[in-house]
Design a protein around this ligand. Structure first.
Ligand SMILES: Cc1cc2nc3c(=O)[nH]c(=O)nc-3n(C[C@H](O)[C@H](O)[C@H](O)COP(=O)(O)O)c2cc1C
Length: 203
């Protein structure tokens, strides 16, 4: 297979996997190295390197989902209405770990001051930068047979997350990627027609 076909195969293997367990097919060190590699080699707007990542395994991962459950339970304030959310969060807790993606707002503000012309763009580009890190790690995890799904319980969990893991005030939580052994792979996916979604000119 060509490099491109290899890359495309890896891209196809990346799916949202929700039925996860804590039986990782690779070591925790390999996951940590994957994150280090993503931090170094993923592009960022203006080479700002604004992405910050926290990896939670085992008890720390469980703690995140305890925090999320408690926070949402307090908001919903009704056990019956909360039952399906509780079950969903239990599914995340059953996984092996969670990667927390942050963007350092101090870096964003410095860029805004240095290049005022783009001031309103930098927060958006920081989100794009985070998304690139998310994608490369999601695909990287899939390549190692580690299932993952992407969650967004920020901002309601932000304060407790910062308190619990001593996160810098300037780090803004963007997304949570749950990962683990694959209990059940993702089902089929529906695709909207490619021709409605792209145009080619001058070929
Ligand atoms: C920007 C973005 C945000 C997403 N947010 C969530 C989310 O909050 N919760 C969730 O379960 N899935 C989330 N997803 C996963 C999508 O629902 C999923 O990627 C899509 O349905 C396609 O399925 P696939 O990942 O299996 O290819 C998100 C995906 C993207 C790209």
């Amino acid at each position: 297979m060509s490099n491109l076909q290899d890359l495309q195969q890896l891209a196809e293997n990346r799916r949202s996997v929700y039925a996860l367990n804590d039986n990782l097919p690779v070591s925790k060190d390999e996951i940590v190295k994957m994150v280090e590699h993503a931090i170094l080699h993923t592009p960022s707007a203006f080479n700002s390197q604004s992405t910050r990542i926290v990896v939670l395994f085992d008890q720390d991962h469980n703690k995140l989902w305890d925090i999320t459950e408690e926070t949402l339970r307090d908001i919903v304030n009704n056990d019956e209405q909360f039952a399906s959310t509780k079950q969903k969060i239990g599914g995340f807790r059953a996984a092996a770990g969670t990667i927390l993606f942050f963007e350092d707002q101090r870096v964003v503000r410095n860029l805004q001051e240095a290049a005022p012309l783009y001031a309103d763009r930098f927060p958006i580009w920081a989100d794009h930068t985070s998304a690139m890190h998310q994608y490369v790690l999601w695909t990287g995890l899939a390549s190692a047979n580690v299932g993952a799904n992407l969650q967004h319980y920020n901002p309601v969990i932000d304060n407790k997350v910062s308190e619990t893991w001593g996160i810098d005030d300037h780090w803004d939580l963007i997304a949570q990627m749950v990962f683990g052994g694959i209990e059940q792979p993702a089902g089929d996916k529906e695709f909207q027609p490619v021709e409605d979604r792209m145009k080619v000119f001058g070929k």
